[in-house]
Each structure stands twice: as structure tokens, then as C-alpha cells.
Ligand binder design. Structure first.
Ligand code: ZN
Length: 448
């Protein structure tokens, strides 16, 4: 069955996607009320925090404290059980970023993992996945990574042909299997899929037709999409899911969504776009910080989590007919850069650089996209002489990869470019002309 035939037979995955807005809003507020009660009743941690919840206010969570990534580290195992409701122990532990030493974790009960099938499948359906598709799953597995596992589960439940390659299968074997079984769809982290396509095309694309690239984890920018369309003939290149392992699936793309725009799963999550200077909710079109409250997360309730992405609600309704609202992601709003699928945070880089003599704490990190791959550039102001700088820069590059095995693996596999350190004169890094603040972190997305 063709993509179009499938869509015309059944336009949406479930009823929620086309409920009238008023009806959806009522149900969403009921979900929120119920979830807040559950969190306050289940955990002493939330009892005081949620006392300021105002059920009938237009911004009901406005006075509720924000939950941050650093908070989660302190209240989740292995550090503490404060966020674990009812002393539950039968959960799966996933890693949610973190670098060396103690991993930052996120816990999902097995029922919650099953619940992920709904938003996951909704996204794949919206991009035209059908029962005739043969899907190669290239998502990351091992090391307590989460995505491969639940994509695999979702594909089984969805009912199409499933090839669990993961990110570890050598490209020549992927090539052989893709050709033998007419695999027509690849799903995975964007840069892994790009790498795989490039590797396969070096072997030869005769008899291979990849029609659908359903990526996640990072954006595929227009230049990357053009390459995939022109060189490999893919027709659908889009992201079926946007979410974080600390929260849930927050959004999904349909065939009408441009890069960075997503429909909200607003039956699963309560999303706020907040102006952090005023504390008010942003109007449509106004850029703010995305916060998520995730109804299906029960063993570790997540209320008002600061996701860390700058976001705005999109004014216009979507051409696809779905009434789930649209939001646009505008890059990381905090001090974290996603390099491949390692999250490099500014504070960790500061701490790392501190160990070296002669370097200032005036540091800027920038993510650039080069030929479809991420590169991390770290610029540091210094008084060192030019001769000393090149020696120290090389030492920094080597040592950083030693202490960040996750990044090292991606560099070694060619998924991301090697990190580059640039040591520059004092007072030469760009400052914000208005505030004089150092521009500490620059993301690759600039299409706000
Ligand atoms: Zn749409």
C-alpha cells in the first residue's frame, strides 16, 4: 500500500489528534489536576512544592518551583530515592546524560515503557509508516541508553517489518541486509543515519532504495536533508518524536512540519513556554523556555521540569488537520550542547579546563555542523604564548576524550568531528553588546 493510500484510509493515529481545541483543553486540565494530586499525595518532596498549584488559574503552575536537571540528579538513585514513589524497585534504569563517574539516571517502570508506544507510534504514523515498511533501527543501544529498546518495542507493536541493527552493526552488514530484504526505511539518531547512508553509498547503492528517514535525537538541517534527498532519493525525512529521557515524548512531526516544528502530545504532557524574566506564560510566537509535566511518569512524577530548549508556540494551525498544537524548537536555551548524542554541559567544560595551567575561565563553546556532522569548538582566552598554545590545545583535545568516553566513541566512529580547542587572546571572545555578557554557548541552530 502506498503512503498516500494509507493516509487516505485513516488520517490520524487516534482521536485525540483531532478533538476540538476547547474539548482538548478541558481534558488536559483534568489530567493536570489529577496528576498534581497524585504527585503531592505520593511524595513528601512534592507536598510543599505543589501547595501553590492553582487549579483554575490560566497559568496553574506559575508559582510551582521549577524542577531542573541538577535537582533530578540529587533526588534520584543512586544519590537518593526522594523522587521514587512508594518505594518501587522493579524499574528499568536508563542513563540520561552525565559524563564520567556517577551516571545521571531516569527510571521507567515496565508499564511506563509500554505506555511509550502510544506517542511513539503516533509520530511514526503521522509520517506515513505503514505495515509494508521494512524498518532498520539504528538507534543507540547499550550503556543504559533508552531509545533503541522502546523503538524496537514500538515497531513490534506497530506491526511492520523490523531490523534491530542498533548503532553497533558494521555498515557493510547493514548494506547486505538492506539489499537482501529491501529495507526501505531507516530510523536512528540523525548523524548515525547520515553516516550509515554515506557508508552504504561507498559500497554501492544499486538495488537499494531508502524512501523514509525517520530520525531523532538532534535536528537534521536543510543542507543535510537536501543531500539525503538528492543523493539517496529519500522522500520522507522527518522526526517522529521529540522528547527527553528525563521527561517523555513531548512532540511529533507530521508530513507538513518543517525542521524544528512539532505537534504537542498534549494529552500525555502539560507543556508550558515560559518567559523566564517575567515568569509569565508566553503568547503564541513569543520565545521562551519549555517546561514539561509528564502525566504517564508515575514512579518518578515529573512536575514542571525545565527541558532546556528555547521554544515558541506556532500561530497557524497545521495543514494536516491535526488540532494538537504546534511548537517550534529554537535550540538549547541553557548551557548544554548536544554533540552527536552526548550532552556537553558548560559547567563540566569549565571544570575540565580548570585543571590546566595558564588558561582563563573565559570560555565559549560552539557547536557547528559540517557535512552533516557535529563539531564541538571550545575557545578559551589565555595569556599563553602562541608556541605554548598549540601544545596545550593538543593536550586539551586528547584529555577531554579520555575523560568523556561517550564523546570519544562518537569521534572514533566518525559520527562527530574531533573536538577543536582554540586558545585566543584575552578579551577577544564575543560579548553580548547589550549586557556585556560572554556568549558562553552557541548552538548550531540559527533559524529562529
Ligand atoms: Zn500537522
Amino acid at each position: 500500500m502506498t503512503l498516500l493510500a494509507e493516509r487516505s484510509q485513516r488520517r490520524f493515529y487516534d482521536n485525540w489528534e483531532f478533538l476540538p481545541e476547547e474539548k482538548r483543553r478541558i481534558l488536559m486540565r483534568e489530567n493536570l489536576d489529577q496528576y498534581i494530586r497524585f504527585a503531592a499525595d505520593s511524595l513528601p518532596f512534592y507536598r510543599d512544592r505543589l501547595a501553590s498549584y492553582e487549579s483554575s488559574a490560566s497559568a496553574p503552575l506559575k508559582n510551582v518551583p521549577v524542577l531542573t536537571s541538577a535537582d533530578l540528579r540529587d533526588i534520584l538513585p543512586p544519590v537518593s530515592d526522594r523522587l521514587v514513589a512508594g518505594g518501587v524497585k522493579d524499574y528499568t534504569v536508563f542513563q540520561s546524560g552525565g559524563t564520567t563517574g556517577v551516571p545521571k539516571t531516569t527510571l521507567f517502570s515496565h508499564a511506563e515503557l509500554e505506555r511509550l508506544n502510544l506517542p511513539n507510534a503516533r509520530g511514526f504514523f503521522a509520517l506515513g509508516l505503514n505495515e509494508n515498511d521494512r524498518v532498520g533501527n539504528l538507534f543507540a543501544v547499550g550503556g543504559l541508553y533508552m531509545t533503541f529498546i522502546h523503538i524496537n518495542r514500538m515497531l513490534q507493536q506497530y506491526g511492520c517489518m523490523n531490523f534491530p541493527f542498533s548503532n553497533h552493526t558494521p555498515v557493510d552488514f547493514v548494506h547486505t541486509v538492506v539489499k537482501l530484504f529491501n529495507v526501505n526505511c531507516l530510523t536512528g539518531i540523525a548523524s548515525v543515519v547520515m553516516n550509515c547512508l554515506r557508508g552504504m553509498s561507498e559500497i554501492g547503492m544499486e538495488g537499494i532504495k531508502i524512501e523514509k528517514i525517520l530520525y531523532g535525537g538532534e535536528h537534521l538541517y536543510e543542507a543535510d536533508k537536501r543531500e539525503i534527498r538528492e543523493r539517496y532519493g529519500a522522500k520522507v525525512i522527518a522526526a517522529p518524536g521529540y522528547g527527553t529521557v528525563d521527561t517523555w515524548y513531548l512532540g511529533y512531526q507530521c508530513l507538513d512540519c518543517p525542521t524544528g516544528v512539532f505537534h504537542a502530545h498534549d494529552d500525555e504532557v502539560y507543556l508550558e513556554v515560559v518567559n523566564e524574566e517575567t515568569g509569565e506564560l508566553c503568547d503564541k510566537g513569543e520565545v521562551g523556555m519549555l517546561y514539561a509535566t509528564t502525566f504517564p511518569r508515575r514512579i518518578t512524577p515529573i512536575v514542571r521540569y525545565r527541558v532546556g530548549d528555547r521554544t515558541k508556540w506556532v500561530n497557524e494551525p497545521c495543514g494536516c488537520g491535526r488540532t494538537t498544537p504546534l511548537f517550534k524548537l529554537l535550540g538549547r536555551g541553557d548551557d548544554v550542547l548536544r554533540i552527536g548524542y552526548d550532552s556537553v554541559d558548560y559547567a563540566a567544560i569549565q571544570e575540565f579546563v580548570l585543571q590546566f595551567e595558564g588558561l582563563s575561565g573565559t570560555i565559549q563553546m560552539e557547536k557547528v555542523r559540517d557535512q552533516g556532522k557535529d563539531r564541538l569548538i571550545i575557545r578559551i582566552e589565555t595569556r599563553l604564548s602562541p608556541e605554548q598554545r598549540s601544545i596545550v590545545a593538543q593536550k586539551l583535545e586528547e584529555t577531554l576524550l579520555e575523560v568523556r568516553p561517550s564523546l570519544r566513541d562518537f569521534v572514533k566512529k566518525g559520527t562527530t568531528w574531533p573536538v577543536r580547542f582554540e586558545l585566543v587572546d584575552l578579551n577577544t571572545l564575543p560579548r553580548n553588546p547589550r549586557t556585556g555578557k560572554l556568549m558562553r554557548v552557541i548552538d548550531a541552530i540559527g533559524d529562529a
